[in-house]
Design a protein around this ligand. Structure first.
Ligand SMILES: Cc1cc2nc3c(=O)[nH]c(=O)nc-3n(C[C@H](O)[C@H](O)[C@H](O)COP(=O)(O)O)c2cc1C
Length: 339
């Protein structure tokens, strides 16, 4: 083992212990993309795969977890969205399968969900979009945090990964493992965040074009062609609409989303729907649009969610190759620290 590889191993030790994987790299859950094949491939390659439950019913999640278990004996996690109407049934499905790690996305854990997840011995991972929320989540008993910046693909907050990492890592990294996400395309960046105190990292965009990913060939082609500046955040047209910005490759679908927002805003104006229903309609729109792009291959009218690291996705290759490259780049960066 080289000096760099040894340094990398030691810096990842805490994350590896927490996840039960070989390397502290999480495959960020991506709706429609992170299903059994990609999740199992990431875990089999030594990383930590996470199933994206998204809008799945408890029955579908049940089948997806069973399917993933059939493909890997390694640990993997499940990502649940807090606003799912059957959140507690989904938690029960995870418990039934003794899923070791549950990631809760989409806001603070709703009342009772933290206890329900931890009651069965699962570890709970939450997103911390600000330092104050990171501290609050730790006080409430969360086991680990993901700090995700606005460079990421999918739903994003307003602050960059580099700023969140600087604000949050020094303040809380000694209390719980913190995984940094958003905009990571190469191992040098992984080495940097580990040096700052991160227990590991989470990548989404970089795994979309894995050979094992079931994303449609058109979706993968769009990723391979795109550069960083093509992955843009959606625009919120009405301040009343609680629209969380989404980063995706710009296309005709971006325009359709603006039209959808206008339609929902008008329905609100006319008192035809409540605010909660408005938010749900917007979320359903995204779920449908993402499916059209990932599964059907309609990359013009669907939503091609992608992070800014998309410019560093150059080809389709097996997950094991992607992880090996990232680890090699990180080890070489750490090796150079000696000079
Ligand atoms: C196509 C796509 C779909 C995503 N869907 C979800 C999701 O359902 N739930 C979630 O928590 N994060 C989702 N994400 C975010 C990823 O889990 C991950 O945190 C993010 O991709 C990391 O940033 P990166 O894209 O710069 O690597 C999605 C990202 C992409 C690119």
């Amino acid at each position: 083992m080289s000096i760099g590889q040894d340094r990398l191993k030691r810096r990842m030790a805490r994350g590896v212990e927490f996840l039960g994987s070989e390397v502290a790299i999480l495959g960020g859950a991506m709706s429609w993309v992170s299903e059994r094949n990609l999740v199992a491939a990431i875990s089999n390659a030594g990383g930590f795969g996470v199933i994206a439950c998204g809008a799945m019913t408890p029955e579908l999640l049940d089948a997806e977890i069973a399917g993933t278990k059939a493909l890997t004996g390694k640990p993997f996690g499940v990502n649940l969205i807090t606003m799912h109407p059957q959140l507690f049934d989904l938690i029960a499905v995870c418990a039934k399968h003794q899923v070791g790690h549950v990631v809760l996305a989409g806001g603070l854990p709703p009342a009772g969900s933290l206890d329900a997840i931890k009651a069965n011995g699962a570890k709970l991972i939450c997103f911390a979009p600000a330092l104050s929320l990171a501290k609050k989540l730790i006080r409430s008993g969360v086991d680990a945090l993901v700090v995700e910046g606005m460079e990421a693909g999918g739903h994003i907050g307003p602050v960059s990964t580099s700023v969140l990492a600087q604000e949050i890592l020094p303040a809380v990294a000694d209390q719980v493992p913190v995984f940094v996400a958003g905009g990571i395309g190469r191992g040098e960046a992984i080495a940097g965040y580990l040096d700052m105190g991160a227990a590991g990292v989470q990548l989404g965009t970089r795994f979309v074009c894995a050979t094992e990913s079931i994303a449609h060939a058109n979706f993968k082609k769009a990723f391979i062609r795109a550069s960083a500046r093509d992955a843009v955040a959606s625009v919120q047209i009405d301040p009343r609409l609680p629209v969380i910005p989404v980063r995706a490759l710009k296309n005709a679908g971006s325009e359709l989303f603006t039209a959808k927002q206008r339609e929902v805003a008008q329905a609100l104006d006319e008192g035809r729907i409540e605010m909660g229903e408005a938010q749900l309609q917007i979320e359903h729109y995204w779920a449908g649009a993402l499916r059209r792009a990932v599964i059907d291959g309609d990359v013009e009218h669907g939503s091609v969610m992608a992070g800014q690291s998309v410019g560093m996705v150059a080809r389709e290759e097996p997950v094991a190759g992607i992880i090996a490259t990232l680890m090699e780049e990180a080890a070489q960066a750490l090796e150079r620290r000696a000079a």
